[in-house]
Ligand binder design. Sequence first.
Ligand code: CU
Length: 171
Amino acid sequence: MHDTKMVGRATFLVFMAFAFVPSLATVYDVGGSGGWDLDVNYTTWASTESLFVGDELRFKYNASKHNVEVVNREDYDACTNKSVISSFKNGDTLVTLNTTGLHYFLCSIERHCANGLKLEVKVSSQTIAPFGAPTSTPVPPSHSSTTALFPRFNARVLGAMALGLFASLAT
Ligand SMILES: [Cu+2]
């Protein structure tokens, strides 16, 4: 039976599902609209984001001016690239954060790093798995950039519930 009430309810649930189901990968534009450039405070930028394993950082920059190098803490602190881990210079660099802990990036051109073109981010693990999920299955990161784990988990469960309810209504 498809009365208008049920259709309305289903529509609402579809809306809920789209509102709460996270996308599979969260890509963060480093520096926001300022991109990867001088005159952006990356300490401030990093403090506004909560990063989880599987998230990606996107560095957008003028390739004739800057590069992106993944470095260790020593190089980060000293603005050197003696032990550079990886290096990019294509102007649009996507780096996946595969491990928890601190990750360090800098521009090694001229004195840009010393002038602030360096980024330190802390990456956390996804500690809460969805209901019934095997522990070996990677948990897709939430699209949201909320700071607490609970709202992310809550949003995912709500989305899954809404999808399930809609699926049962639609059959
Ligand atoms: Cu530079």
